[in-house]
Design a protein around this ligand. Structure first.
Ligand code: AMP
Ligand code: MG
Length: 485
C-alpha cells in the first residue's frame, strides 16, 4: 500500500507522539489450544499519527502513557501476544463456516481497576489468516464512527465494546469511493467471544474444544453458572437486557449476525448501525440489509434466533442430546416473555412510570403508533412530553390529546424525575456522524471533538451543546449506512 496525497493530516495541535507506554498484560486466551487462534503480528504502517486517545478508559484499564507506534501496530509492546481469533457465524441467516478476525489483532488482556478482564484489540491492523479476500485495513470514516458511537453507547449505559485509540496510518485504503485515509481503532471488550466462536467448534464436531471454550467463557463471564445450560441461560439474560436497551434509545445494530453477537452481552461491530430520528418500527439503515432482517422492530426476534444458535452448539456438549435439546429449548422459550417484560420496564420508564403494570403496554404502543404515523422524533418526543411541549410535534393533535389524557391519569408525581433518568437528550445522529467524517477528511477535527463532548453527557447535556440535539432537516437526512470495511 502506498502513502498517498490523501493521507489524513488533522490540524489539531494536541496530537503528539509519546513513547512511554505500560500496558500490564495478563493474557489467558493464548493459553487455550493453538487451534483457537493464529499468531499474527500487525502489519507496520508508514506514518502513524494519533487522532484520538481515551485517557479515562486507559487509566481505568491501568494503562500508563501512550505510544502511537503501539496503537498503529508498528511496535509490539512488552507482554503482548498478538493473535487473530477463530470463529464462524450465520451471516443474514446463512451459515459461513470460515470467518475469524480478518482485520483485527488481539494484543492481549489486562485487568482493569474494576477487577475485570478486558481484551485490547487493534482493528484495521493488516491481514490475518482469516482475511479471505480483504486487505485487513479500515479507513478513517468507520474508525471515527465506531470511536464516537461505541463511547456514546457506554455513556448511554448500554454494554458495549469501547474505543481506546484511533490512529491514522499515513496510507491509503482503496474502497468503492477510491483511495481513502487509512486508520486503526484500538477496541477494548470484556472479551471478543461470540456465538460464532462456539459455532465453529460445534460445526467441526470438536467437542473437546467446545468444552474448553465453554469452561473458559463461564470462568471469564459467568462464574456463577454451574453447567453449560446455566451458562446459556445467563448469556440469554444478558442479551434480553442488551436488545431492549438498544430499542429504548432507537438503536438499530444493522448486522446482528452470530459472529457479531457477543457472549458477554456487549454491543459489538458498529459497521452499519444507526440511531433512528423519526420513529419507524421497521426502519432499516444498512444498505446490505435488503430484506429488513435486522430492522429496528425485528431485533428482539433476531436475538432469540441468535441465542438458539448458541443453544444448538451447547447441546453438542451433552451425551444425552435429546434431554439437552429439551432443556435448551425450554431456556429459549422463556425469551419472548423476558424480552416483553424488559421492554415494558424500559419503555414505561420512558413515559415516567416505575411501577409498571401489564396494561401500560397498550399506553406505550398507542403513543408509538401516533409517533410513527406522524414521523415524530424518537429521542426528542420524550423530553417534549416531560416539558409538556409534545403536542406541537404531532399532526394528529386530537389523537395525541386523547393519549395525553390517559397518560396524565396514569403517571405519578415522580414522572418527570423518572423520565429525566430514562431518556437521553442526545444520541449520535446519522447526519451529524456523516458531517463529522466529512470534516475529518478535510482535516477539521472540531465536529468530532464537539460530538464527543456532547455524547459524553447524554443525560445531562451542557446547555451550549443543545444545538446538537436537533433532529435533521429533510435535506440533512442520511437514510442509508454502509458496512464499515
Ligand atoms: P464484519 O462485517 O465487520 O463483521 O466482518 C465480517 C468478517 O469479514 C469478519 O471476519 C471480518 O474480520 C472480515 N473483514 C471485514 N472487513 C475486512 C477487511 N477489510 N479485511 C479483512 N477482513 C475483513
Ligand atoms: Mg464483525
Amino acid at each position: 500500500m502506498t502513502k498517498g496525497s490523501l493521507a489524513f493530516k488533522p490540524m489539531t495541535a494536541y496530537l503528539k507522539k509519546m513513547s512511554i507506554l505500560i500496558i500490564p498484560f495478563n493474557n489467558t486466551y493464548t493459553k487455550l489450544p493453538e487451534h483457537f487462534f493464529s499468531r499474527q503480528a500487525p502489519t507496520p504502517v508508514t506514518e502513524p499519527l494519533t487522532i484520538a486517545w481515551n485517557t479515562s478508559l486507559a487509566s481505568s484499564l491501568n494503562i500508563r502513557g501512550e505510544n502511537v507506534d503501539v496503537f498503529s501496530g508498528n511496535i509490539i509492546p512488552d507482554g503482548a501476544e498478538p493473535i487473530a481469533q477463530l470463529y464462524c457465524g450465520h451471516q443474514f441467516g446463512s451459515f459461513n463456516p470460515q470467518l475469524g478476525d480478518g482485520r483485527a489483532i488481539l494484543l492481549g488482556e489486562v485487568i482493569g481497576q474494576n477487577g475485570k478482564r478486558h481484551d485490547i484489540q487493534l482493528k484495521g491492523s493488516g491481514p490475518t489468516k482469516y482475511s479471505r479476500m480483504g486487505d485487513g485495513r479500515a479507513w478513517l470514516g468507520p474508525v471515527l464512527r465506531e470511536y464516537l458511537i461505541s463511547e456514546a453507547m457506554h455513556k448511554l449505559r448500554i454494554p458495549t465494546t469501547r474505543a481506546l485509540a484511533a490512529v491514522g496510518t499515513g496510507e491509503l485504503v482503496y474502497r468503492e469511493q477510491g483511495g481513502l485515509p487509512g486508520a486503526i481503532l484500538t477496541r477494548t471488550a470484556s472479551s471478543h467471544l461470540r456465538v460464532g466462536t462456539f459455532q465453529v467448534f460445534a460445526h467441526r464436531g470438536d467437542t473437546e474444544a467446545l468444552q474448553v471454550l465453554t469452561d473458559y467463557a463461564i470462568s471469564r463471564h459467568y462464574p456463577q453458572a454451574n453447567d453449560p445450560m446455566e451458562f446459556l441461560s445467563a448469556v440469554c439474560s444478558a442479551h434480553v437486557e442488551l436488545v431492549t436497551s438498544w430499542m429504548s434509545v432507537g438503536f438499530i445494530h444493522g448486522v446482528m449476525n452470530t459472529d457479531n453477537c457477543t457472549i458477554s452481552g456487549e454491543t459489538i461491530d458498529y459497521g452499519p448501525c444507526a440511531f433512528m430520528d423519526a420513529y419507524d418500527e421497521m426502519r432499516v439503515f444498512s444498505s446490505i440489509d435488503k430484506t429488513g432482517r435486522y430492522a429496528y422492530g425485528n431485533q428482539s426476534r433476531i436475538t432469540i434466533w441468535n441465542m438458539a444458535q448458541l443453544a444448538t452448539a451447547i447441546i453438542q456438549l451433552y451425551d444425552d442430546k435429546e434431554a439437552a435439546l429439551e432443556q435448551a429449548t425450554a431456556i429459549i422459550h422463556t425469551l419472548p416473555d423476558k424480552i416483553q417484560s424488559a421492554w415494558l420496564r424500559r419503555f414505561s420508564a420512558k413515559i415516567g412510570i416505575s411501577d409498571t403494570q401489564p396494561e401500560d403496554r397498550d399506553l406505550i404502543e398507542e403513543l408509538l403508533r401516533l409517533m410513527e404515523a406522524d414521523g415524530v422524533d424518537f429521542t426528542n418526543i420524550f423530553h417534549a412530553l416531560k416539558d409538556d411541549q409534545a403536542s406541537k410535534l404531532f399532526k394528529d393533535r386530537d389523537g395525541f390529546g386523547i393519549w395525553k389524557k390517559k397518560w396524565s391519569l396514569r403517571k405519578g408525581s415522580d414522572a418527570e424525575a423518572i423520565m429525566t433518568l430514562a431518556n437521553p437528550q442526545i444520541i449520535p445522529r446519522n447526519h451529524q456522524i456523516e458531517a463529522m467524517i466529512n470534516a475529518a477528511l478535510a482535516g477539521d477535527m472540531k465536529p468530532f471533538e464537539n460530538l464527543q463532548e456532547a455524547l459524553s453527557s447524554p443525560f445531562n447535556l451542557p446547555e451550549d451543546l443543545n444545538y446538537l440535539c436537533r433532529e435533521p432537516k429533510n435535506t440533512e437526512i442520511i437514510s442509508a449506512t454502509f458496512c464499515g470495511t
